[in-house]
Design a protein around this ligand. Structure first.
Ligand code: CMP
Length: 139
């Protein structure tokens, strides 16, 4: 089933000049990039995006990290895009990530893990709308 998911290249990966390598992996894996923005999140934007984690002990640190520099947000499309992107990223903790995954290659620790992806269809709808509200994504 053709799906869409929201991907973010996080501030650590942009600062380390890995954005190009990550975009290349996205293209090589067969995703279509339907929309893309580079922006520096405000604190309010980061808190709103990660609202489900508001009660977690790492919430404040996560929001500080996500606002420390620019991010690239993308709408990706592929057959089974949500799981496909999660497979390419690897698990949240880079130390647990299989060889060849983005987080294994470019992540530093469980917080500074290079990329984000939606974890399910509901989340994907919310997250795509969060960064591309009212945007007619390329068909
Ligand atoms: P992400 O997939 O963007 O979803 C939530 C983010 O919170 C996660 O990637 C990490 O950047 C961060 N995160 C998740 N778990 C932890 C943790 N135990 N400690 C610190 N940061 C975490």
């Amino acid at each position: 089933m053709i799906e869409r998911t929201l991907a973010i290249i996080k501030p650590d990966a942009i600062a380390a000049r890995r954005a190009g390598a990550i975009l290349s992996m996205i293209e090589q894996a067969g995703f279509r990039i339907l929309a893309m923005r580079l922006l520096r999140l405000t604190r309010a934007q980061a808190e709103g995006f990660y609202a489900v984690h508001r009660e977690k002990p790492f919430f404040d640190s996560l929001c500080r990290f996500m606002t420390e520099g620019p991010v690239i947000v993308m709408a990706l499309e592929a057959d089974g895009a949500i799981q496909k992107w999660r497979d390419l990223m690897g698990p949240t903790d880079p130390a647990q990530a299989p060889e060849g995954t983005i987080r294994r290659l470019f992540g530093s620790n469980i917080e500074r893990n290079a990329v984000h992806g939606s974890d399910g269809p509901e989340t994907a709808r919310f997250e795509l709308g969060y960064f591309f509200p009212g945007v007619e994504l390329l068909g």
